[in-house]
Ligand binder design. Structure first.
Ligand SMILES: Cc1ncc(COP(=O)(O)O)c(C=O)c1O
Length: 407
């Protein structure tokens, strides 16, 4: 059975981590893999989560199945965190949320829902025009590396809209809007809710308003990947686009992840929220989502979701968690300013503090990235995407000197 299989190359970011671990240079710096790190270089378990874990340990009475929709309290509390109580009250039963194994699980579940919905419609008018059954999803150029295999592998047709302009280190919004104005009705447009991975350049409020207006005009379905709520400008500020769209468009989806803002990476905790044009269509979509989940992972893992539900439903733990998210956000913003200042005499790096979240492109060539790795033990992805959280007061000076040396 397996004799004809060819080996696959290991994931480049994973390969980078292995090379970093094997590097014996005491000054080595890891800006590769996308996990938050504190000043000590550790991805910590948040203390709000440790406390929730202790309470859960006392309270938990069963490990019996929860069902494909997962933890009801998690679904309710995460939905309120994303959409806000006021908007939730306004849209009522047009909105439902289902627990998924991480943001990746939510993205995959959405892809399956798009296929089921397209099949139920016969061909969408857009698909009929292209003579294909597969729903089309438009992703930003560039987008998170896993979007393409994840959504394409699920059978969606992938198309791209222009997004990041390396020359101005910001969003080329005119080009983006021009392409979105051509998107056929019924297609899906994937948007990063905040803290764009990999480029760190986000839409401003006027640009979100324009995207919402184009979505209504064209009739495409916005689908937001929300993996960094709280890492940009604040827990509410970072979902401006999500809430604006939910208030404006008839249908949309949000795939959210608790990996970063709750530090629950390996617990695989996320959700898919669906907003339908009416309560009945949302309910129908929700039953389809449960059936799809049942056919892939059957039920999501319980532990991470139980911790999030505990933190968000307990005023004291919630306040503590908000403080911890603020701490991570402020650390990243501070490092952005410090790196730009340290590189100041080598060029204009003022874009670094203008961007948000954990990632930015330094704008280096592949040869410069290679030289940083081979000569200075500074590790980053080939595109020169850096994880800002990998910087610390200990390595900042060495990092800046190394970057200047290869420039
Ligand atoms: C943009 C984006 N979306 C989704 C995810 C998925 O996160 P997870 O599946 O770990 O919850 C990530 C993780 O790095 C991400 O960066």
């Amino acid at each position: 059975m397996f004799e004809q299989l060819q080996p696959l190359a290991s994931d480049p970011i994973l390969g980078l981590s292995i090379a970093y671990l094997q590097d014996t240079n005491p000054n080595k710096v890891d800006l590769g893999v996308g996990v938050y790190k504190n000043e000590a270089g550790i991805t910590p378990v948040l203390s709000s989560i440790t406390q929730a874990q202790a309470i859960l340990h006392q309270e938990e009475q069963t490990k019996a199945y929860q069902g494909p929709a997962g933890d009801a309290l998690f679904n309710q509390t995460i939905q309120t965190l994303i959409f806000g109580a006021e908007l939730e009250a306004r849209v009522g039963e047009r909105l439902r949320t289902l627990q998924a194994p991480g943001g990746c699980g939510a993205l995959r579940l959405a892809a399956e829902l798009f296929k089921v919905s397209a099949a139920a419609q016969g061909k969408t008018s857009a698909a009929a025009h292209r003579n294909t059954e597969a729903p089309t999803i438009w992703v930003s150029t560039p987008t998170w590396a896993n979007h393409i295999p994840l959504l394409g592998g699920a059978g969606l047709t992938i198309r791209e809209y222009p997004y990041y302009d390396a020359a101005t280190q910001s969003v080329n919004f005119d080009a983006m809007a021009e392409t979105l104005q051509q998107v056929p009705a019924g297609d899906i447009v994937l948007l990063h809710g905040c803290c764009h991975n990999p480029c760190g350049a986000d839409l401003n409020t006027e640009q979100w308003q324009q995207v919402a207006a184009i979505a209504v005009d064209r009739g495409f379905v916005p689908f937001i990947d929300l993996a960094y709520q709280g890492f940009g400008d604040g827990l509410d500020e970072d979902v401006y686009g999500v809430r604006l769209l939910a208030d404006t468009v008839p249908e949309m989806l949000v795939a959210s992840s608790c990996s970063k803002n709750f530090g629950l990476y390996r617990e695989r905790t996320g959700a898919l929220s669906v907003l339908g044009s009416n309560a009945e269509s949302t309910y129908n979509a929700f039953t389809q989502m449960q059936s799809i989940a049942r056919g892939i992972w059957s039920m999501p893992p319980a532990h991470g979701a139980a911790l999030v539900a505990k933190v968000l439903s307990d005023d004291v733990l919630r306040g503590q968690w908000q403080g911890e998210v603020a701490e991570m956000r402020v650390r990243i913003a501070t490092l952005r300013g410090q790196l730009a200042a340290a590189l100041n005499d080598a060029g204009d790096f003022s874009f670094i503090p203008r961007q948000r979240g954990m990632f930015s492109f330094l704008g280096l060539s592949e040869a410069q990235v290679e030289a940083l790795k081979n000569e200075y033990s500074v590790y980053m992805v080939g595109s020169s995407r850096i994880n800002i959280a990998g910087i610390s007061q200990n390595n900042l000076e060495y990092l800046a000197a190394s970057i200047k040396a290869v420039l």
